[in-house]
Design a protein around this ligand. Sequence first.
Ligand code: GLU
Length: 281
Amino acid sequence: MSDLFHCDSDPGNRPGRYAPSPTGRLHLGNLRTALLAWKAARDRGAPFLVRIEDVDSGRSREEWVEVQLQELRLIGIDWDGEPVRQYDRHGHYRDALQKLESQGLLYECFCTRAEIREAASAPHGELPEGAYPGTCRDLTEAEREDKRAAGRPPALRVRSGGATVGFEDHICGTVEKLLDDFVVRRNDGDFAYNLAVTVDDADQGIGEVVRGADLLDTTPRQLWLYDRLGLEAPARFSHVPLMLGEDGERLAKRHGAITLEEKLASGMTADEVRDQLLTSL
Ligand code: GLU
């Protein structure tokens, strides 16, 4: 089965958004992505929303929420309404899981990370390296009972049926991905990013998703979810280049001043940082 989504159309005045995870200070690459998302929305006269992606309860910290919002304000970004918190939206994610469940699209997966790594390193037809090979897809109810009794909490995966999902990214062009059975609820009980982001972008009526190119690969999974959940997908996805250090590697501490705070401490103004970021592409 191959699904091609033609989602490179005009988002009109449907909102744009930036969705930081409160796991630390935003670095300059995050701020550049945020500026591009904000500018794209404002240039077409659309609302701009900020959503706090604190769905990963182990890594999210309350103290970073206000720090990140302040960094966004300092760099000149404004937004409409109060930022939405994923923490407040668990009921919506549960409803979405229910919808998938009622279509027979979910199964429990008891594999540990190590087991998945091992199984995924063996060749499995066309599936890309690291993809989940479907170990728990066809467990019998008795086998599942055994695993539950052994005390392993299950994650929930979708039956993607080996679908290939393609779409037209506004910046990166055609992207195609053979889906594996990806996780929608983790075995620690947290909802997975792909589920939450799909439900949220749909509920907020997002017209254009502007985000870092490191997430390009996640979009086919989300498009599959939009389709199965009967939700309207954003009109356009624009995955912007990641900011790299001078050595061409992904921005990291060893590259020197990589946060707004460090740039301000070095004597630059926030406006100068912003101008530098916007001309750095
Ligand atoms: N929360 C993600 C991040 O901070 C961004 C997700 C998205 O924009 O879809 O990298």
